[in-house]
Design a protein around this ligand. Sequence first.
Ligand code: HEM
Length: 457
Amino acid sequence: MPVDLDNARPLAWDSATLDADTKEMLDNLQPNILRAHVREHLSLLFIRFNDISDGKRFLRTIATRHMKSARKHLEEVRGFAEDRKPGTPYVGLGISKAGYRDLGHSVEDLRRFGDRTFRDGMKRRVAEINDPAVPEWEATYQREIHAVVLIGDASPEPVAKLRGEILKLLPGTARVLGEETGKGMRNPAGDGIEHFGYVDGRSQPLFVADEVDKEPRRHWNPAFPLGNVLVADPFAPNADRHFGSYFVFRKLEQNVRAFKEIEQDLADALGLTGADRDRAGAMLVGRFKDGTPVTSKARAGGGPVANDFTFDADPGDKCPFSGHIRKTNPRFDGIRNVLMARRGQTYGERSDQPWDDAAPGTRPSAGVGLLFMAFNSSLENQFEFTQRDWANNPDFLNPATGHDPVIGQGVRDIKVSFPKAWGKPEMSPPQTQIQQTVTMLGGEYFFMPSLAYLRAL
Ligand code: HEM
């Protein structure tokens, strides 16, 4: 039975009745696509080859020595849940269009990648999504990157060890163009947060039954078909059974100081007092810092971070249409195929506590941010669509509601209003949109091929 990419029934990956094609798919799929892998400590190596056979040997050796399959990862997750048995580190491998070309695939061959955006590469898409011009990117990303290697685990030691082993495999003809180090941050409740201090990574399309079964789903169904993230690997031995995923990487610097000042200014402008002042930032993000969605209820601490909600009963008087999570997932039928599997990680060291109420002046204004990463079955219809048609579009869903205040790019020239009280129709006078505090420093589009492809190189 061919692998069913369209069925939204969650994948019962360990079922005795699982068909042979799907089993082989899981045995040849990279981990971290269908289910997030632990990557509290993460190292990313951006590599350029200069010799076809050396490049092939390098990738093949990483795949055969160091990479596990999606199925092995799912087994490890279960082993950890049942017996606290620790898993093995994550190694992921992505190849850019330029990388495939330098591994010997012709331009003609590359057309077998259905995604035009991938075939263009990120540098040629700058105008599409209002990215900064390439000469403004960090030097690493201005270069032609061929591959990215991701190494992740719960603690730093295995990552450092594996990084060393992988670097030793690097042939003399290849070069590491740059490197990023991601490190997870958590709030006192133990939830993962980003640098503005908000819980992140909570809302995801889920594919695997173990994960879906744990979620309440009265309002929002978190189960998505495999087709949201998987596509046939065009160069694998068997494209019916060997799948990969398009991977977007973007280094997004966050000016935390400016964002924290903006939260205060907005709270002042709206006349918010006491605990209600937190609503200013919550309306920009769409969730309070502790993850509580601003649309579903006023802030109430405790319990798992809610994700079973929609915006159906919210005409914008609780969560503005521009709120980051409303822009990037408006949560109605018909847009579900846009959702990608986000797998980002924060970068940069800081000595303050991102979740507390310290003065904005004590916050970093540079050097910290998000290594945004996500798996897509179409970069054009998922990542780029989200950035261009939703986040950068001030008229999305309703006219003149403004850019996404967190990630919107482009001139923020129209004025916007906010609800003065939660769930009440009275709106503030129109005010200038908040300044952009997230800056793209570079990135690339990759394809994460099947293990079958990599092993056959
Ligand atoms: C959700 C922050 C970049 C797409 C969230 C959440 C936070 C957040 C705090 C709420 C947690 C959750 O619902 O999982 C940020 C920050 C960014 C950033 C600080 C940059 C520094 C991006 C980018 C995109 C994106 C570049 C895509 C173009 C999403 C999506 C969700 C989300 C799809 C989930 C919405 C939902 O399903 O409810 N982000 N984000 N984010 N973000 Fe971002």
